[in-house]
Write a new protein. Sequence first.
Length: 275
Amino acid sequence: MEIARMIRGRSRESAAVDRLVRLWQDGAYEELEAGARELQAQAGRLRGREQRLVWEQCARAMATGAACALGRGARVLPELESLAAELRQTPGTAAQQLSLMVRSNRMVVLAEAGRHVEAEAEGLDILRGVTRLKHLAPVWDIELSVLDNLVAVLCVQGRHEEAEAIARGNLPRAEGASLAALHCGLVRSLSGQGRYEEALAEARRYTPPRVRAHSGGLDLATAEALHGLGRRDEAETVARRAVSDCERFLHPEHPRIPRARALLAEITGEDPESR
C-alpha cells in the first residue's frame, strides 16, 4: 500500500495512517475499514480546506480498499467512482497515485460484477497512467496489482495465452500479494489451456506468502488442475479446503465463495446450495 509514502508530516493523522497500513499488512481488513472511517470523520474537523481534503481522500481510499479486499466491493463502487472523479480534479503527484490505487480497486469490483470488458479497459488505462507517473513517484506496486487483476480478467474471458504471458513476464519482479496473485493467475491460465500437468507443477512449485485477500485462491486453481487430470479424490480434498478458507477469511459476499462451491459441486456431483 503506497499511502504511507504519499502522505508526509508528523501529525496525528500521519500516525493514524501508519497504524492503518500495519492493519492492511496484517490482513485486519474489518479493523482497517473502521479505523479509516474514523480518520475520515476526524479529517472533516480540520480547519484548512486543503489539509482536510487530503486526509479525507486518503481515509476513503483506505476504507474502500479494505472493503474490496474483503469482497464487499459492490457496496462501495459508487464511492470508488466519486472518489476517483474527485482525485482527477485534485492537483499533485500524491493525488495521482491515490487515483490510480482507487481505480485499481474499481477494476476489481467491475470484474467481480462480471463487467469484464470494462474492467480490462480500466486496467489498460491505469497502466497508461502508471507509465506517465513512474518517473515522478514509486508506482510499481500499483502497476503489479493492475497486472494481476488483468490476468484474472483475461482468464475469465478465455484469453488464457495472453494471461499466461503477462503472468510469466511479471512474476520475476513481483513480491508479496502481487506475487501470490500472479502465481495463482499463471496456474489458472495453464489449466484454461488444458495444460493441467504444467498447472499442477506450477501450483506446487513453491508456497506463496499468506495474504488474506487471496484466501482459497491457489487451492481453487490447484483443484481445477487436479479435476482436469481426473484425480477426483485429490481435487475434492483441495476444493473443500478452498471453500473452507474462503468462508473463514472472506466476507460472505465475496464472489470467490460461490466459485469455490460451484467447483466442489462439479467435482462431487453435489448441489452447492445444499452445503
